[in-house]
Design a protein around this ligand. Structure first.
Ligand code: AHR
Length: 494
């Protein structure tokens, strides 16, 4: 067994964590909406057609904000198609995923579902095939009280009070050639600025997320952010980051270190934001919205063989392994460590599509990645506290020298709780770590929750939904063992 030392000064705050760090994402894609959150006629569907088994699993995750309706889908979407009487709604082709969209589920249904799970929307507008006019109309429809064409249309649809949508995305991945209406940095910077202006003139209380790069390997990464910020700085509040991680090469030591890459990506975007701030000589700081992140690679091959124009076919249905759950845990540690600048993050996605929750015709179950997300979302509210770790490291192909342990703490004064999230990346060794915690009077035993001891490729499926589950024990003392390849939460009381 290896040894390590972990020191925590509980007053050493990184930042108060914005609850929206634990957001998620529902796109009109595959079976996320139809057959996922919405399935009228299913034995467990409620009167609105929402699956109550899914609602139950989503509620446990305590997701505060859900991005909608895309993703790539939004770049060809007419929001007007998803409001008003269902029988009047048009059936259309979706060119993002080559499916048929019935529009049976739209903005009205989404908001009703959000109310049921206790979350708020992060609404994206279409800057692919549309522009400022339709975006400002949508803000007027959603947020203006009454007495105008769009607000009265909403009222005629049975929604007297405004939706009051606070957080909006100015399009999606507009730098990507796969995107309907993709743009050069300057083209996007201009349309995002003009759209932002009109949206904020319609409702000055809203906040806006401009598209950053689709991932850190895009050829325009850096130039894109700088150009967008140069033009839109005054009108926007956040710039987005998207990144998906995978282990297609079977290089697990590198895969387990992917959060090192996420950290570098975040730091680069923060530097660009602050360089533009300095150049402009302004007080306002632009924060980050990491509004798509996850592991995504298992379904790549099967999704290359798709039949066009089906209604809600299975797509992007990654079946997650135990190893993926460890990576997701590492990514959450990095998001918490960067919570001084990352104010919103969305695990992409929530149900069936690269998701922690899966359904079939009869049941809903938790994928392996459900658990680290659950732990971070439930125990990771409060103030992020940095942790100092003295441990061995290993060499990996993608990121060089990487410490075996990674960790961050969160102090919650209301609950009198200090939670420490710890990833052990070692594939061979358990690590016994001695803790020293200053700045708090701890009381009683600590709880240690661990996801550990499984085959790296173990999964949860409909027939074996609880193959990979966390275990909990209570311990006294200042040393804790983190099993090889494990995700852990230590919960101290004070
Ligand atoms: O989340 C799946 C897709 O990944 C989204 O539609 C898109 O924004 C990204 O490329």
């Amino acid at each position: 067994m290896k040894t390590a030392r972990i020191s925590i000064d509980a007053t050493n705050e990184i930042s108060h964590i914005d609850d929206r760090l634990y957001g998620s994402f529902i796109e009109h894609l595959g079976r996320a909406v139809y057959g996922g959150i919405y399935q009228p006629g299913h034995p467990l569907a409620d009167a609105d057609g929402f699956r109550t088994d899914v609602i139950d699993l989503v509620k446990r995750l305590n997701v505060p904000i859900v991005r909608y309706p895309g993703g790539n889908f939004v770049s060809g979407y007419n929001w007007e198609d998803g409001v008003g009487p269902k029988e009047m709604r048009p059936v259309k082709l979706d060119l993002a995923w080559f499916t048929t969209e019935t529009n049976e589920f739209g903005m009205q249904e989404f908001h009703k579902w959000l109310d049921t799970v206790g979350a708020v929307p992060m609404m994206a507008v279409n800057l692919g095939t549309r522009g400022p006019d339709q975006a400002r109309n949508l803000v007027e429809y959603a947020n203006h009280p009454k007495g105008t064409y769009w607000s009265d249309l909403r009222r005629s649809h049975g929604k007297e009070q405004p939706y009051g949508i606070h957080t909006w995305c100015l399009g999606n991945e507009m730098d990507g050639p796969w995107q309907m209406g993709s743009k050069t940095p300057l083209e996007y910077a201009r349309v995002a600025t003009e759209t932002a202006k009109l949206m904020k003139w319609t409702d000055p209380s809203i906040e806006l997320v401009a598209c950053g790069s689709s991932n850190s390997s895009m050829p325009t990464f850096g130039t894109w952010e700088r150009t967008v910020l140069d033009h839109a700085y005054e009108y926007i509040d956040y710039i987005s980051l998207h990144e998906y991680y995978g282990n297609a090469d079977g290089d697990t030591p590198s895969f387990l270190a992917e959060n090192v890459g996420m950290d570098r990506f975040i730091k680069s975007v923060v530097s660009i934001c602050d360089a533009v701030k300095a150049a402009k000589g302004v007080e306002k700081t632009i924060d980050l919205s990491f509004d798509e992140w996850n592991v995504w690679y298992h379904s790549y091959e099967s999704d290359k063989r798709i039949e066009h124009w089906l209604k809600a076919p299975p797509r992007l249905e990654d079946v997650y392994t135990f190893e993926d759950a460890l990576v997701v845990g590492g990514l959450l540690i990095t998001l918490i460590k960067n919570s001084d600048r990352v104010k919103i993050a969305c695990l992409a996605q929530l149900v069936n599509v690269i998701a922690p929750i899966m359904t079939d015709g009869s049941s809903a179950w938790r994928q392996t990645i459900y658990y680290p997300f659950l732990h971070a979302s439930v125990f990771g509210r409060g103030s992020a506290i940095s942790v100092s770790i003295d441990c061995d490291s290993y060499d990996c192909a993608k990121y060089g020298d990487v410490p075996y342990l990674d960790a961050v703490a969160v102090r919650n004064d209301d609950r009198g709780e200090l939670s420490v999230f710890v990833l052990n990346r070692s594939l061979d060794d358990d690590i016994s770590a001695t803790f020293s915690i200053d700045g708090l009077d701890l009381a009683g035993e600590a709880e240690q929750i661990s996801l550990a001891g499984y085959d790296l490729l173990a999964t949860n499926t409909a027939s074996s939904p609880d193959c990979v589950v966390p275990r909990s024990k209570h311990t006294n003392g200042s040393s804790f063992v983190f099993e090889k390849a494990s995700w852990n939460v230590l919960r101290f009381r004070f």
